[in-house]
Design a protein around this ligand. Structure first.
Ligand SMILES: [Zn+2]
Length: 184
């Protein structure tokens, strides 16, 4: 697994979410070393976004952190004590004055990605970004629609604790009650 992950705690342990909150569902960021495969936590979202931006071209390793080497024990273990979601690599950093948020759906079936635009409105797709730039052309030289990326992290099924509820919700969403095969 080479993409940068973002583990997020289950809602019961995470910060309380209010409706319309502008908080991510992600409680903790981590990155995997390309040499020793240990997981290292990343202190801030901004730092995570920087690592993610060039992840394929410039893979992360322990030596990039001043106080760290591959000999140090892992910061965090990849297990089901929290729900892990794996982010796509190479997502550009959000343009200035915008914030990129990923929100976990209540039933853990999917995450949604959107940007909070400089006017406080949410952009959920490229069309929304284009509409914003039409309405506020002064931003056109500062941000281009191509800098926005709406791909969402993949939820790691094994780490979703209540798997039966999760599967039921997912099956319901896909419109088929009986998922073929794969029963353990
Ligand atoms: Zn390492």
């Amino acid at each position: 697994m080479v993409s940068s992950p973002a583990p997020s705690p289950p809602p019961s342990t995470g910060p309380q979410k209010k409706r319309g909150s502008t908080k991510d569902s992600v409680g903790l960021y981590a990155v995997q070393c390309c040499d020793c495969y240990k997981w290292r936590t990343v202190p801030t979202k901004e730092e995570f976004e920087t690592i993610r931006e060039n992840f394929t071209e410039d893979p992360w390793s322990c030596s990039k952190r001043p106080d760290c080497s591959c000999d140090e024990p892992a910061d965090i273990k990849y297990d089901n004590s929290c729900v892990w979601v794996i982010d796509k690599p190479d997502i550009p950093k959000p343009p200035q004055d915008t914030e990129r948020l990923v929100i976990m759906r209540r039933d853990f079936t999917k995450m949604d990605a959107y940007y909070v635009m400089p006017n406080g409105k949410r952009a959920r797709c490229e069309g929304d970004v284009e509409k914003f730039l039409e309405a506020f052309p002064e931003y056109k030289d500062r941000m281009s629609a191509s800098r926005f990326n709406f791909s969402t992290p993949k939820i790691v099924e094994e780490t979703v604790s209540d798997k039966s509820a999760w599967k039921a919700a997912k099956a319901k969403k896909q419109g088929k009650a009986d998922t073929p095969g794969g029963k353990k």
